[in-house]
Each structure stands twice: as structure tokens, then as C-alpha cells.
Write a protein that binds this ligand. Structure first.
Ligand code: ATP
Length: 261
């Protein structure tokens, strides 16, 4: 367990932005306020609050079982919250269906890729644009996604299950980009990848932000995540115990000891 220090802040009052405490974004896109999730009797999220601003990469770091995936799934509407609010573009979306949440531009790329392994790369990408009927729009999105992940161009007709782990991760992210997100929720994109590929994936996250997409990045590789991030939250057993600029967290002795080893 880690505590707070002068350089980083305890969790601020709910939804606060722009002040001396809290994520200093001037344009919050996503505000999670006092979120609670239960799995039966297990109280997995115990009042999580966080903010993601336009053009930001916000990192959510924490040990195994801290509740990172649960947080993303509750934001996406896949899991029902037992308390608190998810506010997206100024609107509470707790009761909005998951596919409508995707349609509004809040898009999750799940842990472990979850690509359709018997379908081709092209077919997987089209699934990302499942709500769109406009062929030109789909073609434009596809071109943008393939520009970001050139390796997928070469693999376009290939069955996705035959891709390498790194390529599958790129496909999962490209599929997320096909939904034209405003906020991308990325769950452990570096998991199981060789160091060189991990670097490539992180470069792509920076590229995604350059395209005007905000990113909420869940990562066990806290060092790399905080290096590309603007702001970070530390989650321990269902609670945000620490938050601050990525730089402040990188320099924080307790974060170093617990997560940057
Ligand atoms: P990891 O990095 O291992 O994926 P995490 O930080 O994403 O961890 P979660 O998967 O969100 O953590 O899990 C948070 C807590 O909720 C853990 O105690 C976990 O055992 C519990 N949990 C998660 N999913 C379920 C489930 N379907 N049923 C019961 N408990 C669950």
C-alpha cells in the first residue's frame, strides 16, 4: 500500500477539474464519480473517481486485482455500477446500452485483444464500424486505421488468428479506431508482448492521441505508461489512493518502489 506525498494529490472532491487538485484538464470528456461495482458480495470498486480530458493520455495503474479492468468495463456499460456516475460529454451514461456508448465515441479495446480469429483482418476491422452504413465513411476510417498500423495493410486478407501477438494487438486497436472514438479505453495493450513490440504499441498510443483521441490507458507496465501519459491514477483494492501528473508520479518514491521497480 502506498500513501500520499507533497508532489502528488489524494483523490480530489468529486468531478473536480482545473484546480490545484485533480486532473487539470480544461475540457473534461469523461468524468467518473464515486463509482462502485460489486461482484456479488465482492466490493470490487469502492468509490473510484477519475477524469479524462480532451487530447489527454490518462494512465490507470495498479497491481493485479486492483480493479482496473472492472473500472473500464463499468465505464463501457458492460458491468452495472452499484453506485456513482459515469459522465461522458456532460451526460450521465450509467443506463446507456454498451453499443450506444460505443456509438457516442467511448470505445474499449479489451484485455487479451478479443479479435475474431477465424475472420480476416479486413472483416475484423469492419466489425469496428458495425454501426455505420455509409460506405465512404467506412472506407475513410479504414484508410486512417491502416495508415496508423501499416503492418495490417500487408495482412489485410489474412485470417486474424494467424497474426503474431503484436499484430493482433494492433488489430484490436485498429478495430477500436474504426469506431471513430473520442475516448479510447485501452486495457493492458502491452500484455505478453516482446519489449520491441511494446515500444511500438506505446508509440501508437501517442499517435492515437495526435489524431485527437483521448486515451484512458490501463497498464501494468507503469513506467512506460507514465512516460507517455499526461496524468495518472493509482488504484489499490478498488480505491484511487494517489493521483498526479505523470511526471510527479514517476518521481514519487512510493510509486517507484511499488510499481516502477
Ligand atoms: P488484472 O490486472 O489482474 O486484470 P485488475 O486490476 O484489472 O487486475 P479486476 O480484473 O478489475 O482487476 O478485478 C478486481 C477485483 O474483482 C479482483 O478482486 C477480482 O478477483 C474481482 N473480480 C473480477 N472479475 C470478477 C468476476 N467476474 N466475479 C467475481 N470477482 C471478480
Amino acid at each position: 500500500m502506498i500513501g500520499n506525498t507533497a508532489e502528488v494529490s489524494p483523490a480530489p472532491p468529486l468531478g473536480q477539474t482545473g484546480g490545484p487538485l485533480g486532473n487539470p484538464t480544461t475540457e473534461p470528456l469523461l468524468n467518473v464519480r464515486d463509482l462502485h461495482v460489486h461482484y456479488g458480495k465482492i466490493h470490487a470498486l469502492q468509490g473510484v473517481s477519475l477524469t479524462v480530458g480532451k487530447d489527454q493520455i490518462v494512465c490507470l495503474i495498479g497491481a493485479n486485482g486492483a480493479g482496473k479492468t472492472t473500472t473500464l468495463r463499468a465505464i463501457s456499460g458492460i458491468l452495472a455500477a452499484s453506485g456513482g456516475e459515469v459522465v461522458y460529454q456532460g451526460e450521465v451514461i450509467n443506463a446507456v446500452a454498451p453499443f450506444d456508448i460505443v456509438g457516442r465515441g467511448l470505445v474499449q479495446v479489451p484485455e487479451g485483444r478479443r479479435i475474431f480469429s477465424r475472420m480476416t483482418v479486413a472483416e475484423n476491422l469492419r466489425i469496428g464500424a458495425f454501426r455505420q452504413k455509409d460506405k465512404q465513411w467506412i472506407a475513410d476510417m479504414e484508410a486512417r486505421s491502416l495508415d496508423m498500423f501499416p503492418v495490417l495493410k500487408q495482412r489485410f486478407k489474412q485470417v486474424a488468428g494467424t497474426l503474431s501477438g503484436g499484430e493482433q494487438q494492433m488489430l484490436a486497436m485498429a478495430r477500436g479506431m474504426m469506431s471513430n472514438p473520442k475516448v479510447l479505453l485501452l486495457d493492458e495493450p502491452s500484455m505478453g508482448l516482446a519489449p520491441l513490440l511494446v515500444e511500438k504499441i506505446f508509440d501508437t498510443v501517442v499517435e492515437i492521441r495526435k489524431q485527437g483521441v483521448a486515451v484512458l490507458l490501463v497498464e501494468q507496465n507503469a513506467f512506460l505508461a507514465l512516460q507517455i501519459g499526461d496524468y495518472g491514477y493509482v488504484l489499490e483494492t478498488g480505491k484511487i489512493v494517489l493521483e498526479g501528473s505523470s511526471q510527479a508520479l514517476l518521481e514519487n518514491a512510493q510509486v517507484k518502489e511499488a510499481y516502477l521497480g
